[in-house]
Every structure is written in C-alpha cells, then in structure tokens.
Design a protein around this ligand. Structure first.
Ligand SMILES: [Fe+2]
Length: 363
C-alpha cells in the first residue's frame, strides 16, 4: 500500500520576468506548443501565465504584469526560476493531509477549482528554499490546464517531431542534502534510487554530493545536490549564491532521439555544454560503454555523453544556463534500459579533463 500515491509530474512552474518572451523561447528553442493562457485579457490583472506542452511535459510561465506582486518579488530576489514542481496525485486532500501529518509546511489547504470543463482539487506544501509542491488531482477535468485558463494558439507552428516527450527528473540544489532526502522519505514515502551516489562523485573538480529520491513507481524522481568541499568553488555553491538560496537546478527531459533533438535545439540557438574531445578519444570510454545505437563519432559531433550500468545505457547532454544568472539549466536524456543519472560521466568527464591537463604538464 503506497502511503503517498502519485500519478506523475503535473507541471514545472517557472517565475519569469517576461512570460510572453519565455513562451516564445520555449516554443522556438524547445519545440513546445502553447496550449493555455491566463492574464489581464481574461480577467487576471496582475500576472500573465502561458502554459506550454511537449508530450506529457507541461511548463507554466508566470510573469508579473504590474509592480508589487509576489511573483515580481520572487524574480527580483532569485531571477527567473522554478517556483513549483507540481505533482499529479489521485487524491490531493489525502496527499496534503498525509504530508502535513508527517511534518510538511502547508502553503495552500486543499480547495476545489471549477469551470465548464470540470473541477480540479489543488493543495500545496513547501519544499527547499522558496520552492513548493502543488498537489493536483485533475481526474475530473478536461480543460486545457486549470479552471480560469483559456485555450491558446501555439506561439509558432510546432515542429512535426517534438524534441522531448516527458519530464524525466527535476534536480534541487540544497545546503543539506540528507535533510531534504529525509523530508521526501518522511513526507512522501519516497525511497532512494539504486543509483545512490552519496559522496562518491565528490572529486576535487565536480565537488558535489548527490542523492536521488523517487516515488515507488519511479515516475517522480528528485535528485538532490549539496556542495562539497573542494579547492575550487563548487558549482552548487555558485548556484546557491546566484539564486539566493536553494532551488531547482535542472530539469531533465526525456527524448527518443537525442541526436535529432540536439540538432534542432542547437540550430534554434540553444547552447549546450562542451565536452572535450578527450572524453570520446579515451579508449576507456569504449570499454566502459560497450555498444550503443550510434557511432561514438556521432555523439562526439554533438558532445553527447554516454553512461552504462547493469540495466543498460543512457545518452545525455546538458544545456548552459537559460537565463543570465548561472542558475537553471536543462538536460536531454535518452534511456536504453538504464535507470541511472549519468554517474559514470562525472568521473569519466573529469578524468578525461585531468588526463589532458596532465599531458600539458599542468596537473
Ligand atoms: Fe540530471
């Protein structure tokens, strides 16, 4: 008996300075389709909200229309970022009551929203930083998003083939990983995934520790990162400094064809992280990954990373931050059996860099 049953991710809700332009960017660079809108034109004077989809992945962009709003304050403090990792549940009332009984901080009591398309029950609890989890039961709703939203035309004609079809995992950067892993264990009954990484990726260069918690069905997966001591500033520390505290670091998007997705998104101007050629030329890479569906040269051309574990392999790539602050970024992931998160890539990538450094006599 699952104490906190979930159906999956309901939405990733972003607070952005300009939701109209964000809707355009995610339509053109991410190939998403706008499906719903709410704003001054529809009776909501303070905020414009654009809802975009790609397969089962739903992104919601909230932008302030006037001064003095809560969302405006959030953006002033944190920059563009994620305010809500909304989870779809079969019973929002029961989920909320369970969470509160286990010590979660309530932000919104369960309440019913309705319009001509049906009704939705929503509640919300607090998680790390200023991030929340809305708990959404939409089983009796047939509208484009939530009551109060109107169907909206796509911003541009969506691509014939979408760039991704689902949210794979959502990563949080926190100050104390164990405390938040415990929060998800206690409040949602989540368990650690097999790829329990603890501190074994805390090399001098990556300088982070990570744990992955997930619901019993593995539909909702939340890796949690904590900065680790190192000689250089940890990337997690940098995030915490620029975001102004804990928050969502990256959203991983599941794709069936990462090569086509990278080609399309890069052509649309999305910037991906560079991987050194030494990563691909390293003989240990081929030994480690075995045979994958495309030649290593095709991966190298696009700087796609590959990792293998006992269940299979995965292909992945990371974008650069998608706003001026070095905070939120995205990952594309194509899984072939592997349920991991690319643990092998941390080590392999940094070791490849170190070998190059050593060749230059700088290590
Ligand atoms: Fe990831």
């Amino acid at each position: 008996m699952d104490e906190f049953p979930v159906k999956g991710m309901d939405a990733v809700v972003f607070a952005v300075g300009n939701a109209k332009q964000a809707a355009h960017y995610y339509s053109t660079a991410f190939g998403m389709r706008r499906v719903a809108y709410r704003g001054p034109e529809t009776g909501y004077p303070d905020e414009a909200v654009h809802v975009l989809e790609s397969g089962s992945a739903r992104f919601v962009f909230r932008g302030p229309v006037r001064a003095g709003t809560g969302i405006g304050r959030h953006i002033a403090e944190h920059g563009d970022g994620v305010v809500d990792l909304a989870i779809e549940v079969p019973d929002a009332e029961a989920a909320y009551r369970h969470a509160i009984a286990k010590g979660a901080r309530g932000l919104e009591e369960p309440h019913v929203l309705s319009d001509e398309h049906g009704k939705v029950t929503v509640a919300a609890i607090a998680t790390y930083g200023e991030t929340r989890h809305s708990l959404v039961d939409r089983s009796n709703y047939h509208g484009p998003y939530l009551p109060g939203f109107e169907a909206a035309e796509p911003v541009v004609t969506p691509p014939e083939k979408r760039c991704f079809q689902a949210i794979d995992h959502c990563v949080g950067n926190v100050e104390r990983m164990d405390e938040w892993a415990d929060f998800y264990h206690r409040v949602m009954g989540f368990t650690d995934m097999a790829e329990f990484v603890g501190d074994d990726i805390a090399t001098e260069y990556s300088a982070l520790m990570s744990k992955v918690v997930a619901d019993g069905s593995r539909k909702v997966k939340f890796p949690l990162n904590e900065p680790a001591e190192s000689r250089r500033k940890s990337q997690i520390e940098e995030y915490l400094e620029f975001y102004g505290g804990p928050g969502v670091q990256h959203i991983a998007l599941a794709t069936n064809d990462i090569l086509a997705s990278v080609d399309r998104m890069a052509a649309a101007g999305l910037e991906f992280l560079e991987t050194p050629d030494s990563y691909y030329e390293d003989p240990e890479l081929r030994a480690r990954i075995g045979s994958v569906r495309v030649p290593v040269e095709e991966l190298q051309k696009r700087k796609i990373l590959v990792d293998r574990d006992e269940d299979g392999y995965l292909l992945q790539i990371f974008t650069k931050p998608v706003q001026d602050r070095p905070t939120v970024f995205f990952e594309l992931i194509e899984r072939h059996g592997s349920l991991g998160f690319g643990k092998g890539n941390f080590k392999a990538l940094f070791e490849a860099i170190e070998r190059e450094q050593a060749r230059r006599g700088n290590l």
